[in-house]
Design a protein around this ligand. Sequence first.
Ligand code: ADP
Length: 440
Amino acid sequence: MIRDLRRRYFQRLATLLISAPLIGFFFGHPWTALMLALAAVLAVQLYQLNRLIGWLGNGKKAEPPDASGLWGMVFDHLYREQKLQRKEVRHLRNVISRVQSSTEALRDGVIMLDRQGALQWWNQSTRELLRLQKQDEGQLLVNLLREPAFLKFYNEQNERESIRLENPAFPGRSIDISMTIYGKGERLLLIRDTTRMKQLEQMRQDFVANASHELKTPLTVLKGYLESILDCSEDLPAPLQRALTTMNSQTKRMDNLVSDLLVLTRLDAEVQQSVRQQVAMQPLLSSILEDARELSIERGHEISLTLSSEMDLQGDPGELRSAISNLVFNAIHYSPDNSRIELSWFDSPEGGFVTVRDNGIGIDPRHIPRLTERFYRVDPGRSSEKGGTGLGLAIVKHILQHHQARLEIASVPGKGSVFTCCFPVERLLPSASHRSNQSA
Ligand code: ADP
C-alpha cells in the first residue's frame, strides 16, 4: 500500500514559500528570498524528472530510484503498475504457450492465416500432413493449395461445411479442410487426414453395390416365375394362391429395394453431377403428371400441374425425373383417395422451384429433419404396405445435391405436406420454345 503524502508535501511547500520571504524580509530582501525558494523547488522537480526519465529509459527491469515525498509516490505507483503489467504479460505468454503446445499435440492439422491469407503459424501435424516447412511462413496458402474446389471454398468463406481434397503433398491420400474466420478476417484452418475414412466409405459402397448386383438376377428370375405361376393359378388351392400372391408382392418389394440401393450407390459414386443438359421442364413435368395419373387411376386423386416459369433447368434429365417422380408418387401414397395433389414449376430471382403439394396425412415436425436419411420412415408398417423402401427421399436429396439444389419440407399433420426442390439461379436457362417464340 502506497502512503498518500500529498497533504504533507503541500504543507511543507506552503511553509517554505511563506517562511522564505519572511526570513528575506528580516535581511531586507523578501523577493530575492522567495525567488531563491522557488528556484530550489524547481531544481528539485527537474532533478526528479530527470531521474524518472532516466529510469524509464533504463529498461523495465531496473528498480526505481529512491525518492521521498511526492516523487517517491510517483515512482512507487509506476513501479507497481510495471510489475502488474509484467505479471500479466507472463500470464498471457503462459496461456499462449499452453495453447500452442496443446495445438501442437493435436492429431489434426491447424493452420493460422493472417488477413491476407498468408501462413502465420501451423502445428506439428500440419508439418507432417502437408509437408510445410519454416520457409513457407508468410506464403499465401492459395499458392500451395491451388485446387479450384479449394479456391472456391476459400473465397466463399464457407464456415459451415468442410471440403475434401486430394492431399497435394501425398497424392492418393485425402484431407478434409474446415475453416473458421475470426478477429479482423484472420482464418484458422483445421485439416484432417481422411484417407482411412474414404477407404472405409468406398468399401461400404462397393459392398452394397456388389450385394445389390448379386441379388438383382436371382430376384428377377424369382419374380418372373412367380408372375407366370400366378397367371395360371386359378386351379391351385386358395391357401397356395394366397401364399404365392404374398411371395410375389414381397419379391416386388425386395426388387424395388435392390433397385433403389443400386441407384443410391451410383449417385454416391458420382460426387459431381456429370451430365449437364438443358432439361425442358414443361414436357418433363407433363410426362410425370401422366405417370402419376396412371398410378392413381384406381384412387381418383385430382392431380394438377401449374407451369408459371418459362425457364428450363440445366442438369441430368434422368435424375431430375427420378427425384420429382419420387415426390409425386409419395404424395399419392400418403394421401387419401380422391384428394388434390398439385405439382408446380416457377422461378424467382432466387432460383427455380418445383413444388409438390398434397392434402395427405402430413408429417409430425419432429420427423422432418430425418426424412432424407436412408431407411428412415415415419410409419414403417404403412411404408412397407405401399411398397416403400425408405430410400426415396434419400435418393431425392442426393440428386438435388448433384444439382447444387436443396429439398425443403413443410407439413402439417392431418392436413398435408409441401415438398419443394429449390434450384440455384445458375441452373436456370431460358426454355428453347420460349426463345423461338421471342425470335418469331
Ligand atoms: P418410403 O419408401 O417409405 O416412402 P421415402 O424416403 O420416400 O420412403 O419417405 C420417407 C418417409 O417420409 C416415408 O416413410 C413417409 O413416412 C414420409 N413421407 C414421405 N413423403 C410423404 C408425404 N407426401 N406425406 C406424408 N409422409 C411422407
